[in-house]
Design a protein around this ligand. Structure first.
Ligand code: NAG
Ligand code: NAG
Length: 377
């Protein structure tokens, strides 16, 4: 009887022990995290509504009624490894105490209404692999990107109100593969980028100045550049399309004035499939060397100030599927091969100064500029 009572007490005690496995500093950080979110924005069906610290331990398993989502813990249930909130419209600030979750590998608060600064203490999360704060209202400057963030592979801070320059420290992120800072209010030029980068997206900001080779030096894995809707100016030099792994370049809606292209050193040496330089101020002729990129399938140079004839090389290019050259001052007769075959080919040569663009062809819509305008320019 006494033994049975002792056993019962022991079982209760160990159950109780199992309840408080999570490290006290992680619990404190989670409490601070939740208290920085406005209670009125925590809807009854949301993840945060189930975070009840007086009911149970955050990492205890099974999760029947409390902490049912938003968190993942280490296998031994002592440390929080992921904080991935549901898009439930949470509004509040991000506590600087987040840095106490020192085993965190994923922080994802996307599609909510968090505001205020991204606390600089976030740079102390040395195990962080994924940082996703996409579609919130964070403002202020970017957090310092320090070398101790050596595991960080993906940063998505797009659709916020972040301002100021990109920190020079960016290049010290030695594992970064994906960086998306699109649709913020960032300004200045692009500093040296991390050598491991595969995808770069900083669309819809106020970045300016020329694109410098120094920023992109040694980026052997970079496949995607999305920098449309900024204020980049000056020349686009040949090195950009010659980056060893580059596939897609989108620089539409900037203020570039020159586009210089060199053919790839050998046909096997380029995976470039898409180039969009529409809505810039590019002068001169269409660079013929573009046609020697073996995989090129989509090219837009629409709404620039290009002159001269359309090189026949483009009409013979088998890989080309989309070609937009409308809104320039191109002249002469378009290469007849464009209209010869029933290829699956879309695009436009309209709104130029071309002669004899067959009205029957979709490629010739819209119509050419009025002759007086073409004479004037
Ligand atoms: C949290 O859990 C405690 C203990 O189970 C309970 O008394 C309290 O009502 C819970 N609070 C909420 C908001 O569910
Ligand atoms: C560029 O700007 C034009 C005109 O404002 C707009 O229609 C187009 O969607 C923009 N394209 C890109 C890729 O930003």
């Amino acid at each position: 009887m006494a033994a049975a009572a002792f056993l019962l007490i022991w079982v209760i005690a160990s159950l109780d022990g199992a309840k408080s496995l999570t490290s006290p500093s992680d619990i404190a950080a989670l409490k601070a995290f939740k208290s920085a979110v406005k209670p009125s924005s925590i809807l009854p069906w949301s993840c945060l509504a189930t975070w009840n610290f007086s009911a149970t331990d955050p990492c205890s398993i099974p999760r029947r009624a409390f902490f049912t989502c938003g968190l993942l813990c280490s296998d031994d249930a002592t440390r929080v490894t992921q904080l991935t909130l549901d898009p439930a419209g949470y509004s509040g600030t991000l506590t600087p105490l987040i840095s106490q979750l020192s085993q965190l590998n994923t922080l994802d608060l996307s599609d909510n209404a968090f505001y205020g600064p991204i606390p600089p203490s976030i740079s102390a999360l040395s195990g962080l692999q994924t940082l996703t704060l996409r579609t919130n209202s964070f403002s202020g400057s970017l957090p310092p990107f320090v070398a101790s963030l050596r595991n960080l592979e993906s940063i998505d801070l797009s659709y916020n109100s972040l301002s100021g320059p990109l920190p020079k420290s960016l290049s010290s992120l030695s594992s970064l593969q994906r960086l998306d800072l699109s649709f913020n209010k960032l300004s200045g030029s692009i500093p040296r980028l991390p050598a491991t980068l595969v995808e770069l997206a900083i669309k819809g900001n106020s970045l300016s100045g020329p694109l410098k080779k120094d920023s992109f030096g040694g980026l052997a894995q970079l496949e995607v550049i999305e920098l449309s809707q900024n204020s980049f100016s000056g020349s686009l030099e040949p090195w950009l399309l010659l980056l060893p792994s580059i596939q897609q370049v989108d620089l539409a809606n900037n203020s570039l004035t020159r586009f210089d292209v060199a053919a790839p050193p050998s046909v096997a040496d380029s995976n470039l499939v898409a180039v969009d330089l529409g809505f810039n101020r590019i002068e001169g002729n269409i660079p013929v060397s573009l046609a020697s990129y073996p995989m090129l399938s989509a090219l837009s140079l629409r709404h620039n100030r290009l002159r001269g004839e359309i090189p026949a090389e483009f009409s013979k290019k088998q890989t080309l599927r989309r070609l937009f050259l409308d809104g320039n001052f191109l002249s002469g007769k378009p290469p007849p091969a464009f209209f010869a075959t029933q290829t699956a080919f879309s695009g436009s040569l309209g709104d130029n100064c071309l002669r004899d663009c067959p009205a029957s062809s979709q490629l010739c819509v819209p119509s050419q500029k009025p002759v007086p305008i073409c004479r004037l320019t």
